[in-house]
Design a protein around this ligand. Sequence first.
Ligand code: 6K6
Length: 138
Amino acid sequence: MKIYFAGSIRGGLNDRKIYFEFIDFFKKNNHVVLTEHIFDIDVSLGNKKTTSDYIYNRDVTWIKESDIIVAEVTQPSLGVGYEIAFAESLNKKIICLYKEQENKRLSAMIEGNKNIVIIRYNDFKEIKNKILKKINDE
Ligand code: 6K6
C-alpha cells in the first residue's frame, strides 16, 4: 500500500520520535510511505528554500496518489486536520492514531466522523497488529 503518513509539524514536533517509529514499522511491513522524510529535520525542515507553496502542492499530489492516509493526531495540527478532510473528500481510507492523555480529548471533528478508523493507544507496540489489519481491511 502507498501510505500518506501525516503528523504535526508547525503544530509542534513533540511526537516526532513516535512518527519515526510508525514510519519504520510500515516500511518494514512492505508498505511505501510517501512522507517518509518530512519529519527529518536535516533532510527536510532544514531546507529553508522550501516554500509553503511547494510543500502544499507536493503534499496534495501525494495524498491523491496514496491508497490510505494514516494520521498521528495526538498533537493537534491545522495541517493534519486539513489533510484528513482533503483525503475524505477523495474517498480515501483514513486511520487516525491517538495516544491517550490525561485531561485531553480528541477533537470531535475526528472522533465523531464515521469515515475515520480511530485507533487509541498507550504504547505503540500494543497496536502494531491492529494497525496492519486495518490497513489491509477492505
Ligand atoms: C519539507 C521539505 C522541505 O521542507 C519541508 C518541511 N515542511 C513540510 N514538509 C512536508 N509536509 C509538511 C511540511 N509542513 C507541513 N506538512 C504537512 O502538513 C505534512 O504532511 C503534515 O502531515 C502536516 C503538518 O501540518 P502542520 O500544520 O502541523 O505543519
